[in-house]
Design a protein around this ligand. Structure first.
Ligand code: PDD
Length: 281
């Protein structure tokens, strides 16, 4: 395997960043995960737009032009011979002696890109069978709209979910509304077939898969309502599912041990999953 590290393609096993990288010391950086299908990057323009936004929000310099970054992403996918998988991109504020203040403007942002194959067939078995979620109190900082590498709260709840025999943890805010999952956006389908998902920029990451699913649903004349929903509403919903570049559309069959609908993957979720790659570009 090959990784891109600050301008060079190096063997994955030898790829390393400096111990004073601000990503390592302060989680002072951002990332993107983009799905690769048939060797193609899915929804790349939206991922790059979100990356620039995350960098701008944190006042981290753009490490290179969009055109140059696209070349690096493609080249990393190509050199790793990834047909089905993901490409991971991370940009940090760079390497400087540890100090909370931003380093001098001359310090270049550090860029790392990796790509790996993903056993989609194996993953799909889980996805088609549906997954379980648990609910946990929202405990993250308010700027979850920035795709920051500061993911410790997410790591802790995902591990908690795993130990409870579930795949994902849904964060619940002080009003009892679901915000999103530890690494996915949350959706439910009402009794009359309306898709419900929390509005972007209301305590969630604006998921790229979420945006594409919303566009696709509207295209299919399925109504989409962007509004908060409670755990009780989700448990009583006809279907529930989650979206992310790593999950596409994955049906949820249980919430805190209670079955959703008839406890089997929902028709709408499976249909959206089936059609996703015809629609995404
Ligand atoms: N996670 N919400 C959170 C907190 C996420 O970390 C992610 C993505 C999403 C879905 O966003 P998208 O559809 O753009 O992948 C929502 C990535 C996949 C990860 O951390 O691995």
């Amino acid at each position: 395997r090959i990784a891109y590290v600050n301008g060079r393609y190096v063997p994955h096993a030898e790829a390393s960043v400096h111990i004073e990288d601000r990503g390592y010391q302060f989680a002072d950086g951002v990332y993107e995960v983009c799905e690769v299908m048939g060797g193609r990057l899915i929804d790349e323009p939206r991922h790059l737009a979100r990356l620039w936004r995350s960098l701008d929000e944190l006042r981290i310099r753009h490490p290179m032009s969009e055109a140059a970054l696209k070349v690096v992403l493609r080249e990393t996918v190509r050199r790793n011979r990834v047909r089905e998988g993901i490409v991971y991109l991370q940009v940090t504020r760079g390497v400087a002696r540890r100090d909370h203040y931003f380093p001098a403007a001359t310090v270049a942002p550090a860029v790392v890109v990796t790509s790996r194959s993903f056993d989609r067939a194996k993953n799909d078995v889980g996805a088609e069978a549906g997954v379980k979620v648990i609910t946990v109190p929202e405990n993250r900082w308010p700027r979850v709209d920035i795709k920051s590498v500061g993911l410790l709260p997410n790591v802790l709840v995902k591990q908690q979910a795993k130990e409870a025999g579930a795949k994902e943890a849904w964060y619940v805010d002080a009003d009892g509304h679901v915000t999103e999952g530890g690494s996915t956006n949350a959706w439910i389908v009402s009794a009359d077939g309306v898709l419900i998902t929390r509005p972007a920029e209301s305590g969630i990451l604006r998921g790229i898969t979420r945006s594409t699913v919303a566009d696709m649903a509207r295209d299919l004349q399925i109504r989409v309502e962007e509004r908060p929903f409670t755990v009780a509403e989700a448990k009583a919903a006809k279907e529930a599912f989650m979206t992310a570049a790593t999950a596409i559309v994955t049906p949820i069959v249980a919430i805190d041990g209670a079955p959703v609908g008839d406890g089997r993957p929902g028709k709408v979720a499976l249909e959206l999953r089936r059609r996703y790659h015809e629609f995404a570009h």
